[in-house]
Write a protein that binds this ligand. Structure first.
Ligand SMILES: [Zn+2]
Length: 293
């Protein structure tokens, strides 16, 4: 489905990318996209009205001083702020500094999903940014984006991205094929991932647990990181340190606590590493959690 992209509107409400560290405390290193709806479903809010709000100069009396990078509804989009700059959409310093803001028509229609998926894919490709999607409610107290299903939207956008780039996106970087076995691993509140060697453990087993397989390349990553070789005999009580980056792709019924337990991490540490307020924060199927940078 084709859409039109209107680039004739430039909102005055933005922070230049280079000014983000001073304004927000974060550089404009984009970590993903924040998805909004521009009002409650069935509120009657219009494209023109929303455009007016997002374009209203923050210096004008009565201006809300807000903006977004893109507005989207079935068959059309508008770019109001360059992705290179921070739009004022999330009510959160990091959300503004490090994400791209998309305002969707709140109709939650198949058409709006489809156009949003196509625009996301184009922006991902043009700007080379991560595909993670954040609901506005991750950044501040709000119901936004209502009933939008971001797992569905991301799947649709990945399909469009594959069409645009001609290549299927690579598989998630690290996905161990099985959940941990009955190993009795001690839990340490450490920030570097390590495996405490027990009787019968091998580098293959450890590589499979953390890196998804026991390929020669992955075993070499581990041995290089530990200054050992593939022939080194592991002794009970040794610690094998695991090189990053490590990610976990969230699936049901994962929680921050269950994922932290798998890696022997303190749940609060893991939450903070991922810029979540605490270990009870909501996480989303299909998004990734950073285990080690
Ligand atoms: Zn919002």
């Amino acid at each position: 489905m084709a859409y039109t992209m209107d680039e004739t509107h430039n909102s005055p409400n933005f922070t230049p990318g280079a000014d983000c560290p001073a304004a927000f405390g974060y550089p404009r290193n984009i970590i993903g996209s924040t998805i909004h709806h521009w009002d409650e479903k069935n509120s009657g809010a219009t494209w023109a009205g929303t455009l007016g709000t997002l374009m209203n100069d923050y210096r004008n009396p009565g201006s809300r001083g807000v903006s977004a990078h893109y507005m989207i509804e079935t068959g059309r989009a508008a770019c109001l702020v360059s992705v290179a700059d921070a739009a004022w959409h999330s009510g959160n310093p990091r959300g503004n500094a490090q994400t791209v803001g998309f305002e969707l028509n709140p109709d939650e229609s198949d058409g709006t999903y489809q156009t949003a998926a196509e625009v996301l894919a184009q922006v991902w490709r043009d700007w080379g940014i991560p595909h993670d999607l954040f609901p506005h409610r991750d950044w501040t107290q709000t119901d936004c984006p209502g009933g939008y299903d971001l797992v569905r939207l991301r799947r649709m956008a990945e399909v469009e991205f594959a069409k645009l780039t001609g290549v299927t996106p690579p598989a998630p970087p690290v996905k161990p094929p099985t959940k941990p076995g009955p190993a009795k691993r001690k839990t340490y509140p450490v920030t570097d991932i390590n495996w405490l060697v027990e009787k019968g453990d091998t580098l293959s087993k450890i590589s499979t647990f953390y890196l998804g397989d026991a390929s020669a390349a992955n075993i070499k990553r581990i041995t290089d990181y530990n200054g050992i070789t593939a022939k080194t005999v592991l002794k009970v009580g040794d610690r094998i340190w695991i090189p990053g980056p490590l990610y976990w792709i969230i699936e049901a019924p994962d929680s921050i606590t269950s994922i932290a337990a798998r890696y022997g991490l303190d749940p609060l540490y893991l939450a903070r590493l991922n810029n979540l307020p605490n270990q009870w924060a909501t996480i989303y199927i299909g998004n990734s959690l950073t285990i080690k940078e």
